[in-house]
Design a protein around this ligand. Structure first.
Ligand code: GDP
Length: 407
């Protein structure tokens, strides 16, 4: 897989905002599209989803891979409780971008504020999704205001809702200026495009103008075309939104109702259009044990391997399943890799990728990707794997504390 087509994302939400429902819908739609060409129709996919739901597997994997429009999306599980700061911070380090879900009724809750600021600290680009547009009291525009006031964010809606509460039926895409309407049955969740309803034409035009206005402060070309009253090419709009999102100048906002199967497909399009790929990332900082100082390592496929064990699941049959995020170089099945914290080489007996409904064996795991390594005996969560020639730590909490001797 070409690295520019990988997205490592987290789904961050205040409890009850709809993280589980949205994640399940994502796995359902992506599972469905990826199975095109196989004998089955959607039914089997739905069946496995129900099965997995009952067993709760889809949501407990530390990282689950799915595919959307030729892109590989690795969804990293983020802890629901912000109390586990180390875990939240580790997750934020492993993901490259995030989808932040807000409830259209509850808006920005105190917990969302904490995680939002942590994501700021780690420089994580974000897109936002205002869920539960079908619920009584849903107010998309109030959530935008709260994002501005409480989070100091620069929300830029790429959609506005059509109808709300019981009559929520779709969104207007402010880039293509057309309406997306969902067929509201659980199975399928198909959508189609319609012209903007007449009574919303003015509102839509005003929000599009606001969108272009936000972008024009970051693009001279858009400003020029805007002032000349000329058509702004869609491609230029998309590229500008992307670069502003990566620079964390704006937060694109989407909306929908995951429970009613409305809104998730454009959100997935947003993930691949606006969130970064590993190829977009700057060098990563690590602590060099021998040099005793921080160094920067380019996140490239060539060079020494560099990875972080960010979660371990104990499996009765396979032993420890170590979830590893690779930042540079690659690791291969059947070889060994150096565990810097433990100062020992460890054998990689197997590597695989977790999908929602299956595991896929891999020969190697490359920079930018996430997979599960089997075979490590000593590794603990937070350990760095690399080589003897590059003894660096991505997390320093395993460094021995200085011994204070009292004389
Ligand atoms: P989580 O705690 O963030 O994982 O939230 P869940 O996905 O478990 O959702 C919490 C509750 O809200 C559940 O009862 C869901 O059925 C419900 N819910 C989720 N999304 C929607 C939505 O779009 N509309 C409505 N009305 N309810 C929703």
């Amino acid at each position: 897989m070409d690295r520019t087509k990988i997205r490592n994302i987290g789904i961050i939400a205040h409890i009850d905002a709809g993280k589980t429902t949205t994640t399940e819908r994502i796995l359902y739609y992506t599972g469905k599209t990826h199975r095109i060409g196989e004998v089955d129709d959607g039914q089997a996919t739905m069946d496995w989803m129900e099965q997995e739901q009952n067993r709760g597997i889809t949501i407990t994997a530390a990282a689950t891979t799915c595919f959307w429009k030729d892109h590989q999306i690795n969804i990293i599980d983020t802890p629901g409780h912000v109390d586990f700061t180390v875990e939240v911070e580790r997750a934020l380090r492993v993901l490259d971008g995030a989808v932040v879900i807000f409830c259209a009724v509850g808006g920005v809750e105190p917990q969302s504020e904490t995680v939002w600021h942590q994501a700021d600290t780690y420089g994580v680009p974000r897109i936002a999704y205002v869920n539960k547009m079908d619920r009584m009291g849903a107010d998309f525009f109030a959530v935008l205001e709260e994002m501005e006031k409480k989070l100091g964010a620069h929300p830029v809606p790429l959609q506005i809702p059509v109808g709300k509460e019981q009559s929520f039926r779709g969104v207007i895409d402010l880039i293509t200026m057309r309406m997306i309407e969902w067929n509201q049955e659980v199975q399928g969740a198909e959508y189609h495009y319609l012209p903007i309803p007449e009574d919303m034409e003015e509102t839509a035009a005003a929000w599009r103008e606001r969108l272009l206005d936000s972008l024009s402060s970051h693009s001279d070309r858009i400003t020029e075309l805007f002032l000349e009253g000329k058509e702004i090419p869609e491609d230029l709009i998309l590229r500008t939104i992307r670069s502003c999102t990566l620079a964390r100048q704006i937060t694109p906002v989407f909306c929908g109702s995951s429970l009613r199967n409305m809104g998730v497909q454009p959100l997935l399009d947003g993930v691949i259009s606006y969130l970064p790929s590993p190829a977009d990332l700057p060098p990563i900082k690590a602590y060099h044990v021998k040099k005793e100082k921080e160094v920067e390592i380019p996140q490239e496929e060539s060079g020494q391997p560099l990875g972080l064990v960010f979660k371990i699941h104990a499996d009765r049959d396979a032993g420890n399943l170590c979830f590893v995020r690779m930042y540079a170089g690659s690791i291969k099945t059947g070889t060994t890799v150096y565990n810097v914290a433990k100062k020992k080489r460890e054998r990689i007996t197997r590597i695989f990728r977790m999908h929602a409904n299956r595991t896929e064996p891999l020969d190697m795991l490359r920079a930018g990707d996430i997979g599960v390594v089997v075979g490590f005996k000593l590794a603990q969560t937070g350990d760095t794997v690399s080589s003897e020639g590059q003894p660096v730590l991505l997390e320093r909490m395993h460094l021995p504390e200085p011994v204070i001797s009292i004389s």
